[in-house]
Write a protein that binds this ligand. Structure first.
Ligand code: PLP
Length: 224
């Protein structure tokens, strides 16, 4: 409920260690909900549908940083390129190239995170660690001047076993250190480890997260 948003937001913020940022995941929630969080000082919001985000961008304050957090189809990049701050789930070179192309048209550089697939669930999305190594090793991304790879993103398995979740975050953290040393040693801007959602963000911050993406815990259940 809208009356609970401020309280919920502060409950989350109060438990985040210094240096960990919050993406408030507002997908499927109305503009008033975002305004309620905005009034408490929240500025980063996460959305996952290009039409919904376009409507919200139009209606809401201009100093909001919008993150595209869900799976992004190549043919949708052009719609969000004018305003998106960060695309959190890039899982192919093809998508990275398209973001670069569309960002160039608006004379912008778009921050991107590479999405890793570590969880046990079968999903089409996310790069395996080897696929991510290959993408970075190819070096093609270095030619793309309108995207900046700012770090890695992943979702842990949707299980109750806290140790399994923690171990998946640790795998991602270790991998981050590996690629940081190998490809981004001279780029202080490669720094984000985006993991942790409503049910596991407290584990995530103990296992290397710099950026949690929390929706339900702040805004309540989504009505799809
Ligand atoms: C929806 C979504 C979230 C937020 O999930 P909650 O469980 O509501 O906190 C986080 N990350 C991604 C990629 C999402 O799609």
């Amino acid at each position: 409920m809208i009356e609970d948003i401020a309280k919920n937001l502060h409950e989350v913020l109060d438990t985040l260690p210094e240096g960990v940022r919050l993406v408030a995941v507002s997908k499927f929630h109305p503009e008033e909900y975002i305004e309620a969080a905005y009034q408490e000082g929240q500025r980063i919001f996460g959305e996952s549908h290009e039409q919904e985000i376009a409507r919200k961008v139009e209606a809401l304050p201009k100093d909001i940083e919008w993150h595209f957090i869900g799976h992004l189809q190549t043919n949708k990049v052009k719609y969000i390129a004018p305003y998106i701050s960060m695309i959190d789930a890039v899982d192919s070179l093809k998508l990275l190239k398209e973001i670069d192309k569309q960002a160039a048209k608006h004379n912008r550089t778009i921050e991107c995170l590479l999405e890793l697939h570590i969880a046990e669930e079968e999903t089409k999305y996310g790069l395996t660690l080897d696929a991510c190594r290959q993408l970075l090793e190819s070096g093609e991304w270095r030619q793309l001047k309108h995207v900046h790879i700012a770090g890695l993103m992943m979702m842990a398995s949707n299980v109750d076993d806290k140790e399994q979740i923690a171990s998946e975050f640790d795998t991602a953290w270790k991998f981050f250190d590996e690629v940081k040393a190998k490809y981004f040693a001279d780029d202080p801007g490669f720094k984000e480890r985006s993991w942790g959602m409503s049910h596991d963000y407290q584990i995530a911050v103990e296992h290397g997260s710099t950026m949690v993406r929390v929706g339900t815990k702040i805004f309540g259940p989504r009505v799809y």
